[in-house]
Each structure stands twice: as C-alpha cells, then as structure tokens.
Design a protein. Sequence first.
Length: 457
Amino acid sequence: MTYVVITLVVLIFLNLYCSRVSQQIFYQSKEASMLEKCQLASGEISGLEVLSNNTVSGIVGQLGSLTVTRLIVTDPSGFSIYDSQEQYTGQLVLLPEVVSALSGNNVFSWQYHAGAMNSRAATPIVSYGSVVGCVYMTEYDTSQGALIQLLQRSLLGITVILETVLVVFSLTFSASFASRMQKIMSSMRIIQKGNYSHKVTVGGNDELTVLGNEFNDLTERLRTSEKKRSQFVSDASHELKTPLASIKLLSDSILQDENMDPDTIREFVADIGSEAERLNRMTAKLLSLTRVDGEQALDSEIIYFAPTVRRVSKMLAPMAEKAGIQVTTELSEDSSVLILEDDLYQIVFNLMENGIKYNQPGGTLTVSLCRSEDNAELIVRDSGMGIPPESVSHIFERFYRVDKARSRASGGSGLGLSIVRAIVLRNRGQIRVDSTVGKGTTFTVSFPVFDTEVDRD
C-alpha cells in the first residue's frame, strides 16, 4: 500500500508538471500569434496620414482575417479612435496593456479560466520614429482552451486508470508507466529549451501515445514556424544592411570632409535619397509579403482580367516610355476569375513592372489574356535577356536575384515574384515561367474560370 501511495503522489506531480509545461507551450504559441496580428495591424495603420475612426475602419476591414474578439486603436493620449465593439470609442482607455504600448512596448498577457484562453496584446503605432497611438486586441479562444483542458483531463484520467490497475499489478505496471512518462518529461524539457527537432517516442497504443503524437505534431509546427521566421529575419537583415551601409558611408563622407565642394555634396545627398527610397520600397515589399503569408483569401469576388490589365498598363506607361519599352495588350474580355481585386492588381503590376525593368532598351512587352474551357490565363512576355536555366527554379524564392548587380541598380528587392507566387497559390491558381537566354521570358498565370454577370469597367 505504501508503494501505491507513493506512486500516486508521483503521478499527481507528473500530471501537474506536464499540465504546466503544456500551458507554457500554448502560451508561447498564443503570444507569438497575437503580437504578430497586432504588429500587422499597427504596420498597416502607421501608413495612414490621418488617424480617424473612418480611416482605421477601412484598414481593419482589409485585415478581416485577423479574427480577434476585439480590436481597439487609440491616439498617443490613450483616447480610443476605433473600437470594434463601439464601447470605448472617443473615451480614454487606461488599460495596463494600452499604457505600456503607448510607452513603446509590445505587451501580451493571458488568463486561462473555465476551459477558455482570454488573451490580450498591444503594440505601439510608430510613424517616422514617434509613437502616434497603439493597437489593442483581445481574443477569447475556447478551442485552444478546450485543447489544454483536454490535455489536462487526459493526463488526469491516465493517472486514475494507472493507479487503479496499479493496486493489482503495482510493480510491473508502475515501472512501465514511469518509464514512458519520463520520456515525455525529458522531451518536454528538451523542447522547452528550444530544441524543436526533438521527438517524443512513446510505445504502445493508448492515450499516452496519442498525447505523444499530438505533442510531436505541435513541436513540428513550432519547428517549421521558427525555421521560417529565422530564415526570413536573416534574409531581411542581410538585404537591409546594404542600403543602410551606403547611407552611413555617404553621410560620414560629407561630415568628415569639411572642404567638399557643393556639387559633390549634392551628388552624395542625391545618392542618400536614392538609397533611402530603395530601403522604403524593400520595407513595403517585406510588409506585403508578411501580409500575404498571414492571410487567407476569404472575401474573393468575380473579377474580369481585362480592366485590371488596362489600369496597370496606364499606371506603368510613363515607366515604359522612359525605358523605351513598347507595351502591347491582347485582351480577351470574357476572362473572369474568383479573386480579390487588390490581389489581381498586384499580380499584374509586379509581372508587368518586371517585364519593363529587366527588358532590353527598345524591347517589347506583350500582355495577353486567353480563356480555355476551364481556365483563364494571363501571359506576360518580354524581350529581355532571359533567365539562365540554372536560375529558373529559384526565381520565386525570397530575395533571389538572377543578376544581383542589375537588380540593385533597377531597385529590385528579390521579393516581387515571391509575393506574386504566394498570392497566386492563395487564390487557387498556378504560375509557370518559360525563358530563353537572349530572347526573353514568359510568365503564365492561370486561374479557374468563373462565369457570372459583373461590371467589367
């Protein structure tokens, strides 16, 4: 009996420990998710010239995929500009998270009660280096709360069952159970230290096995997410270093040479401006790529290709004229697809812009629309230098450039085609590229056709 009591105490302790560790893992996952949503919203809102209920409402409408319970946007003094529940609009919001965010901090807190996670996060809205407000979000999540509760109940149930069986088969069964729980505990400790590649190995075919498999699935998702985040941060940091280094070098040259002639100073200042603009473009594309990665195409609509192509052609006409590129369109008016209008515009704009940037002087750019029985196709064909065969399979990778020197000179960031591919795949489309060195490159984007009567203008 003493052995059974001791084993019961140990099992209860293991139960509590595993529950605490599991809650910690869910907490870290929720913190990353909520802060990412807040930073996405604050990044979009920071681009507004005026913060008002109407302008913020428009941005929030575009960020419908955030799926939070409540969203509040305040001014620098803490007065609510926008409240998704309209309770605090125009009132002073003195929530601890809001106060901390207005001081420049990213804040996250949570409570777990009655099978639900009540999470709160806030981030400052920064514009030109100053805090101009904050974004505050709450999320009442019963699904993850239920998962934590299920995990705790499963552990508790396992403990009770094992103790009951242990009365009869105490020695044999306790040894087996202790060994398997030790594996889970050891794995949790390893994973808690950041080694997400570690796997829990639990033999048998019971609740512990299910728990181990679920735990392995969770850690695999964490590992994948961490790998993508690390790679993205590394690539982005590398790309941002170059213009920043150029700006510093040029500014230091001006400051250190007191006898520099005015023409040279003006030239250096112009170069600084060019690098700053390049940095701004790169930052905008990084934000766009982050937005595309985090969204789902939920509000798609039936859109005709042709009006969008004509609108983009008009927008890029000055750029094409300056580069000496002749743009020709061959448009089928009956090509309609299910897609967000902004997504379609970005696809067409990026492909046509690339066709102008990386073309040869006096070259041509042809944009065609055609329709088959099941698909509508956008074909963008240029007469540029073409892409080497060894580079074709890499052109959709983030930050990849075929000709790095030429890309930097033209303002390329290596992100445009990555954004295009992400948008196409998100909208159930396909994209392929055919290129011949010295003759040009052709991009073909296809989407399923949707027939309906919509406004084509």
